[in-house]
Design a protein around this ligand. Sequence first.
Ligand code: IVH
Length: 681
Amino acid sequence: MAETVPENLRQRAKELRSQLQKASYAYHVLDAPDLPDEVYDRLYRELQDLEEQHPALVTPDSPTQRVGEQPASQFTALEHNIPLYSLENAFDIDEYRQWETRWQRQTPDIESAPVVAELKIDGNALALTYENGLLTRGVTRGDGISGEDITPNVRTIRSIPLRLQIEPPPPRVEVRGEAFIPNDVFKRINAERQAKEEAPFANPRNAAAGTLRQLDSKVVAQRRLDFFAYTLLLPEGTGGLSSPQTQEDSLKTLQTLGFKVNPNCQLCPKTEDVAQFYNYWDQARTQLPYLTDGVVVKLNDLALQERLGFTQKFPRWAIALKYPAEEAPTILRDMTVQIGRTGAVTPVAELAPVQLAGTTVSRATLHNADRIAELNLHKGDTVIVRKAGEIIPEIVRVLTDLRPQGAEPCQLPTHCPECGAALVRPADEAVTRCINPTCPAIVRGDLIHWTSRQALDIGGLGEKWVQQLLAQRLVSSVADLYDLTVEDLLPLERMGQQLAQKLIDAIQASKSQPWSRVLFGLGIRHVGVVNAQLLTQEFYTADRLAAAEPKDIEAVYGIGPEIAYSVHEWFQASANQRLIERLNIAGVQLAGAPPVVASTELPMANKTFVLTGTLPTLSRREAKAKIEASGGKVTGSVSAKTSYVVVGIDAGSKLAKAEKLGIQQLSEEELLALLEETASP
Ligand code: IVH
């Protein structure tokens, strides 16, 4: 009975076929690829998987049913004497192991065999023919069966010998390898093209492909193509050569014949050696003067290679172990929005999970409304996601050809999904905002920021508890945290007496965090950790900062007008003034020490004072404060270490002792004069 394939899968297969065919034509015939390789590979695999699960989906024109594409028309098509196969891809070591298991299953007498790991040069394959030692033909890979005769162009490549260095030469030699353009030459070519207002090449591989197919070989000569040889075939005998037995032998022989062979290759007896080589070059490849997109692993023993042979498309004895893609296609399931602490609305793409640079990506940022419009996003779109380094994944483009019929366009909501308030977008800004200060999303963001490590550092009170506190309406501002009791927390899910006590203790302990952290914790726009420190050094109380004009704030070294304005505006808002008042009542630090010179640098540092009797104008406390402000210390009893005794009316035994020890005496007037005199200008 004929298999019934669900209509949605049938449709998807059709879309994939048409996208792949289009991309393939652009790549092979027009020399103007419109899909990154990795993306092509993924879509290809998706189609392959679909066809495997539902063989009824295979059509004769499916890209999976042929080895390559038609050559373009300008050059003469030539059939290869021996077809140029392409390689199966593995995207990680696990997939590589599966390949190992597969070939081993075919040869039960062989458990393991050494392989040669070579760099996969990201260029264009060429097949070169030498007859009686002379280069007679240079042909592109084409569809693997026939390619284009570009012999005059090949002759311009200096790393390709015109005559083989061997006597007597074998009657016929076929050499395969990769033609490529080194990175620095690529840059030069593109600079020249741009100067002539010609479209630059997308990458060195396209530049090489475009160059090889230039009709004017003089242009080719200027482009400085290079070539690494990796395959040697001797279909009609060996001449003066000894017949290579291994891939290693072949590479050595190619070198003796006058070819350039990539030096970065290694004989690997074990899987771990391959893994190590692959991982090493993943890093080191950035230092190479040309591009490599993976590692090609080949069984070293040529007899074993012959025994294993080929599938319809690939050799069974080799595999390409590619580096993880940084771009991949996936489906945009939906678009949601996130409201940040500042009320900023960030649209988020909800994606069908996809593996990217070693991680699973299921969300990507869409930045803002302009970006959504630019991408013309629709729900269900096939999109290309990119993850480069540490950067948050983002959507780089949409494959509009794959858009399902009747797809709904993505648009930012007009109202905040959290509080229902109308969203606003100031005319001169790219950002859309919710401006409701009581919006739960904003309050949640404020609370999380307040408790964070660099702010009030309330350990244990993370996002999870903040969510619950808000949900239970126990808090609606950071000031509410300081009113919480253990009893308030107990009803929360998964809360116990001990934990509740710990959280309350942590909240209470945060009251002793310095004013600079408090200022940072308030989450004023543009006031990060550093700006908070700069501001609090100058404005050592919240009152002073609240009263400051923008110009005063701007006068602080390192603070610009935008920050000054933002701080001033924040303190003007009555809701914020109330917040400061409540924090003050709760006992949160809204002041630091007035700016003081380090105590060792103060004039009275290391001096000890003793006060005795009643001073004419100063109370004891006042006198003590003045002495301490100058760095001096006040002690209760006289000793040899006492520097001064300050003598008032009715001085008692302390004066007598001072006289005995010969310690300098000061009246109140003399004390004030001394402090005055030594005070810094
Ligand atoms: S061996 C039957 N070795 O990768 C074996 N290929 O995806 C065929 N490539 O078409 C190729 N560096 O253009 C081999 N060291 C290397 C290679 C290499 C790059 C290219 C080649 C091939 C493609 C397969």
